[in-house]
Ligand binder design. Sequence first.
Ligand code: NDP
Length: 340
Amino acid sequence: MFGLIGHLTSIEHAQAVAEELGYPEYANQGLDFWCSAPPQIVDNITVTSITGQKIEGRYVESCFLPEMLTNRRIKAAIRKILNAMALAQKNHLDITALGGFSSIIFEEFDLKNNRQVRNVELEFERFTTGNTHTAYVICRQVEAVAPKLGIDLTKATVAVCGATGDIGSAVCRWLDVRTGVGELLLIARNQERLQDLQANLGRGKIMSLDGALEEADVLVWVASMPKGVEIKHTGLKKPSLLIDGGYPKNLGTKIQHPEICVLKGGIVEHSLDIDWKIMEIVEMEVPGRQMFACFAEAMLLEFEGQRTNFSWGRNQITVEKMEMIGKASVKHGFKPILNC
Ligand code: NDP
């Protein structure tokens, strides 16, 4: 059985969907209350592959909210993730994806040293970040949509915001080796990590976000920002492709311009309907079929009988592993969404 550990995008979002989620008493409560809420299994899921194979899974709501990071509720944030993992393990979920900020918190606060959660000793091989599949899907979105806008990727400038992250660095490696893009712009805050990435890739220009916005034909957003940034379309190239792979979204604005395509990054659509409520709660456009690629990774590992931490640690994702999970994705009927 597979598992998905997820969270909502903000306190407002949590209050608005508390009832649907099964926490009606939390609808009028503030952050303190959410900090004390225990994780819960809120959805039972059956997924059928296009091969005919059927698998069962559970969705675990961790009750983590991004405001816990901006309001210095770090201990609560850590507790949410560890408790959700323990709940998944106690419920015999063999392979569970750590969605959105769950894996970021796990890595950022080095939770591998916190194996013991009350009476549960966490078995990390039961968990995957899902980042290999997410990075693969984002790269396929770049490759499929840019040419439709008249952008020749072999000559194009592609900027990656969050380049030194787990997903961002994997995207850079694929765009360099597989796609062969013209120029890579690397954006993040920590300069040392940017220089390491540049040395590792043997290419790439380290840029500020403002500089990159003016130069990029394609901009991939995979930064771990608790809140999106506001940008204006006036400074952007036309045509250009913006792929927002962040959860919560990295882009705070809805850009509307006929020559600028803004694509939801790292989202896949399954070929067959899935009977679940959770994708409606996170406002997926086609909730019966669309989902985050990291969640789909847990499903793919379950389908393939590969119940192990396929994506783990930071900056370990190889192009070969992206190809491997990509093949499984196609085989079982998942497709990256390509409509702006
Ligand atoms: P990491 O923590 O590994 O990397 C985050 C990256 O963002 C780093 O390069 C970091 O560098 C950079 N960053 C953070 N804040 C800023 C900022 N203000 N400006 C510029 N760069 C910034 O995260 P992941 O790669 O695991 O995840 C990235 C995003 O993808 C997250 O939003 C996550 O929720 C989302 N995600 C989406 C999935 C999906 O299925 N669609 C699956 C999993 C994750 P520095 O700190 O130096 O700035």
